[in-house]
Ligand binder design. Structure first.
Ligand code: COA
Length: 258
């Protein structure tokens, strides 16, 4: 089954590969891509013959280089909070999927791309992968669950540093801090993810479902954290800093924050 920006590829034994397919924009998440990801996750969860999914990016350069910055100009400032809530809700669907979903990170996983990887049950990455939450350079903050999932995964201090500096982290460092579980050669990434997924889906289905549910319950915060993130993202979205940050990126120049 092929959709325009998200390609679904069926493997044997109920495995599916979900490919974010917008390589000319480094697979940036525009509204359409987000909706297609949601449809893909719904499909995984509604078809009994699908046992698990691997999410990856098309092309050699990027997994996903973030939310589509160009589209930020089209979204009215006051709807920033809704944008954040939409991303949060789709990524929560991934985290709460009844079937295992892992990320095979083949390149840049920045901003919303890092958040997409974080929402998967775990991550395998190629040596070329680079992770980052560079939203601060645009005058905004991570809005698709990054402020919640990143500190849980790598600790609050490291997460704060990553989000405050906007600096990128290479695969080796990401492995060291526990952001990813495995590093492999770029041309072995999908095969490695597939072998791992086959091992997982050979386990009993109902128990896997309950395992995901219980493990997710270990870090539930009744939604306060996510609500705070969406509110803060919404406020940043209508700030002068965001106007300057987004314009500077699109005009390919350094932002000039006051
Ligand atoms: N949204 C929209 N377009 C994006 C994008 C994003 N998040 N990331 C990259 N692109 C586009 C670029 O604008 C460029 O489009 P163009 O060819 O029409 O000009 C194309 O993808 C290739 O990117 P480019 O910047 O030329 O590649 P590069 O190798 O020089 O740099 C990155 C790669 C990832 C370092 C750089 O693209 C980048 O910093 N992207 C934004 C990352 C970010 O801030 N993400 C968080 C968003 S909230």
């Amino acid at each position: 089954m092929i959709q325009s920006n998200v390609v679904l590829h069926n493997l044997t034994d109920g495995l599916m590969i979900i490919i974010i397919n917008r390589p000319e924009k480094l697979n940036a998440l525009n509204n359409q891509v987000l909706s297609e990801i949601e449809k893909a996750i719904d499909l995984v969860n509604s078809h009994s013959e699908i046992r698990g999914a691997i999410i990856t990016g098309a092309g050699e350069k990027a997994f996903v280089a973030g939310a589509d910055i160009g589209e930020f100009l089209e979204v009215p400032n006051e709807l920033g909070i809704e944008l954040s809530k939409k991303g949060q809700s789709i990524f929560s669907k991934i985290e709460e999927s009844k079937k295992p979903i892992i990320a095979a990170v083949n390149g840049y996983a920045l901003g919303g791309g890092c958040e997409l990887a974080l929402s998967c049950h775990f991550r395998i990455a190629s040596e070329q992968a680079k992770f980052g939450q560079p939203e601060i350079n645009l005058g905004i903050i991570p809005g698709y669950g990054g402020t919640q999932r990143l500190p849980r995964l790598i600790g609050k201090g490291r997460a704060m540093e990553m989000m405050m500096t906007g600096e990128l982290m290479n695969a080796e460092e990401a492995y060291r801090v526990g952001l990813i579980n495995m590093i492999c050669k770029p041309d072995e990434l999908l095969q490695t993810a597939e072998i791992k997924m086959r091992a997982i889906v050979s386990k009993p289905k109902f128990a896997l479902e309950q395992l995901i549910k219980s493990t997710n319950a270990s870090d539930r915060d009744q939604g306060i954290g996510y609500q705070t993130e969406a509110d803060s993202f919404g406020k940043c979205f209508s700030s002068d800093e965001k106007t300057e940050g987004v314009s500077a990126f699109l005009e390919k120049r350094k932002p000039n924050f006051k």
